[in-house]
Design a protein around this ligand. Structure first.
Ligand code: PAF
Length: 251
């Protein structure tokens, strides 16, 4: 059974009672899928205790409709956590994490302004700020992030190193379904036809020399397709749902 902890003082008392046990932490926004569960499995293999957080962080949504449409599946999430052997779920409210009403924030001035950052103003400020807060509260030995959000993973890793934070940031490979579609909480919002298009997008992304026009010609709206840091990154819209993906380039 996963113990649900709703307040910071309750977590602090729990954390203090854990003594020298190591803690692996997986921050999430819920709507858990196999990609998240793989992070938890790795956390369990590498630590004595696993803590997961579920918090749909409003400061990272530049678009109100996107926030309102974000899937919330608390009961089934809790079942998945329990059956994955997760020890603690930290489940705070906005007021707990933002007593300052977001007057203070973490901003990165370079990489965060590229790729997704160009199209989602303020998004990475929201992500970095909430992750800084969560890492300071949880005091984990290691925290696990999926490489589907590769830009997020790099920005968090660099933030932790820039601010001399003690948690080790671990990146984990993208988890895909049998047809190659990267697992995402947003996939729930796709129609059957949308899912087929999303799969087409994932497979086109792997093709050598693929262009935005190639993806667009399938009826998919491309926000960006760019190659940096030896990876190809793309964001598209299908059924009004924003999807991102990336692959490593072998050169
Ligand atoms: O990747 C996510 O689910 C979120 O951006 C995170 C890291 C939990 C911060 O809200």
């Amino acid at each position: 059974m996963t113990t649900v902890i709703k307040t910071i003082p309750e977590w602090v008392a729990t954390r203090n009672s854990l003594g020298t046990n190591t803690v692996g932490f997986v921050p999430t926004m819920g709507a858990l899928h196999q990609g998240h569960l793989d992070l938890m499995i790795k956390a369990k293999a590498e630590n004595d205790i696993v803590a997961v957080s579920i918090f749909v962080n409003p400061t990272q949504f530049n678009n109100k409709e996107d926030l309102a449409a974000y899937p919330v599946t608390f009961e089934s999430d809790l079942e998945k956590l329990s059956s994955s052997g997760v020890d603690y779920l930290f489940y705070p409210q906005y007021e707990d994490l933002y007593p300052d009403q977001y007057r203070y924030k973490i901003t990165e001035d370079s990489f965060s302004k590229t790729l997704c950052g160009q199209y989602r103003p303020g998004h990475f400020d929201g992500v970095l700020t909430v992750v800084m807060k969560l890492l300071n509260i949880i005091r984990a030995n290691k925290a696990y992030f999926g490489e589907k959000d590769y830009q997020q993973y790099i920005l968090i890793k660099d933030m932790v190193s820039s601010f001399f934070m003690e948690t080790e940031i671990v990146g984990c490979p993208i988890v895909r379904d049998d047809n190659g579609l990267a697992l995402s909480s947003r996939n729930i919002r796709l129609s059957e036809a949308g899912k087929k298009l999303a799969t087409k997008f994932a497979n086109l992304l792997k093709q050598k020399n693929v262009t935005a026009a190639d993806i667009q010609s399938e009826g998919i709206t491309v926000e960006y397709l760019e190659e940096v840091r030896n990876r190809r990154f793309a964001a598209v819209k299908i059924d009004g749902v924003r999807l991102i993906d990336n692959i490593e380039l072998d050169r």
